[in-house]
Design a protein around this ligand. Sequence first.
Ligand code: 5GP
Length: 190
Amino acid sequence: MQLLKDMIQAKGRVLGDDILKVDSFLNQQVDTQLMLEIGKEFHHFFGQDEVTKILTVESSGIAPALATAMQFSVPMVFARKHQSVTTSDDNYSATVYSFTKKKDNQIFIDKHFLSTNDKVLIIDDFLANGQAVNGLMEICKQAKADVVGVGVVIEKRFQKGHRYLVNNNVRLKVLASISSLSNEKITFAE
Ligand code: 5GP
């Protein structure tokens, strides 16, 4: 997706050898026109699949997931990372190792929001080692919901997530694939 790649090159910042900071258009400030185009791209790819729910994890997945859900005219559901007085205690849950925070998080979804009749499209902002997506797939398994596929805005192809999903026959659509962040240079995969 050229618009996304141009924005990554112009505004992305590399931290160390393996983190891309995209706070100015995806992770803190959100570019709404870009989100609209992202939603359309995922709809174009998965539009024939009778998707009933778009699933993501808070917080960075919410913007692209919402944009996608609007294209499909279906609800967007996000897994929470914290319980509070307003959240249900009747949840599906999974443990996810956070790549950016370097610690385990428990993620939760109220059992009311996923069921055995659902066909789920999982959307996330980044794919690194695949832990977040794996946690969401685990939750779908608990709910006996079908996972139609996974849509990721930016993947870092040099990490394990892409291969893990493809080896497990998960349909994967990536909008920008990065082959290297070495020497503070952003290189896209072909
Ligand atoms: P994974 O679970 O695939 O290892 O990592 C994906 C999750 O970690 C995403 O939900 C994303 O929020 C975060 N993440 C992984 N790598 C990056 C990165 O390079 N930049 C940013 N901003 N977030 C990342």
